[in-house]
Write a protein that binds this ligand. Structure first.
Ligand SMILES: [Fe+2]
Length: 253
């Protein structure tokens, strides 16, 4: 499997606190059948993109060497979890923001913003700049929790959805679990990732979390979300078989 969302790098954000913790997270990932991880540090100061990219790439290089020395066969790829506030409208060239220099960008939003329209305007701008937004953990935002149907519009514009494995176990709450399962059932789950931050709380135990969730994933479905779609991103290939369902509050009933 390939984890496309993890705060695996040491001392760049609120993720791993040391190289030893990064190694532990990678060893846990390996035990969970993960062979590659996209390092996605939080990023919100758009004017610092060159500086942050350089720091991230140095940390990746150091971690990769450390993993090799410790015989931990995991490949680390570059990405960011880009905070998408209204100021992002000033950015038009996202080439340094995307995952592995592809057309795909992992996008985070304000958890407490109540109005989905705010997100929709930002996503519209990103799409018009030629970038495919991957919405990080949509099941955790107030705006979507209170307005499931806004997810339909964003979907039509080409946005992809990355759900956190922990949402399926209920780690973030009952409402988040309900929205995650509804999105899965409506075909609105293109990726499942860990969003790992620490060996103590949110870790890289992807397989364990999927088993703990007690969700009966359809045959092959899990492979698409954890292997095939992530691979297409790393290779900057188009994701052609996007499911286009329609989500409503009563989809579970
Ligand atoms: Fe994250």
């Amino acid at each position: 499997m390939i984890d496309i969302h993890a705060h695996i790098l040491p001392l760049v954000d609120d993720g791993a606190k040391s190289a030893i913790e990064s190694l532990s997270l990678c060893e846990t990932a390996l035990k969970n059948s993960i062979e590659a991880i996209v390092a996605t540090p939080h990023f919100n100061k758009y004017e610092e993109i060159k500086k942050k990219s350089q720091l991230r790439d140095e940390r990746i290089s150091e971690l990769q060497t450390y993993l090799d020395t410790n015989k931990c066969p995991i490949s680390i790829y570059p990405g960011f979890e880009v905070y998408c506030g209204e100021e992002i409208a000033q950015v038009t060239d996202f080439s340094d923001f995307t995952i592995n220099k592809s057309r795909y960008m992992l996008c985070e939003f304000d958890f407490f913003e109540p109005d989905a329209l705010v997100f929709m305007q930002i996503i519209d701008h990103i799409v018009k700049c030629g970038v495919v937004p991957i919405i990080a953990h949509p099941e955790r935002y107030k705006a979507f929790l209170e307005d499931y149907e806004s997810l339909n519009y964003i979907r039509r514009w080409g946005a992809l959805y990355q759900l956190n494995a922990g949402s399926f176990t209920g780690a973030y709450g009952r409402g988040e679990r309900r929205l995650a399962i509804t999105m899965l059932q409506c075909g609105f789950c293109d990726f499942i990732a860990t969003d790992a931050h620490s060996i103590h709380s949110r870790s890289t135990n992807l397989k364990e979390m999927l088993i703990d969730s007690q969700i009966d994933f359809a045959s092959g479905e899990l492979d698409i979300m954890t292997v095939h779609n992530p691979r297409r991103i790393l290779e900057n290939e188009e994701i052609t078989d996007i499911k286009r369902g329609f989500i409503t509050y009563d989809a579970l009933d």
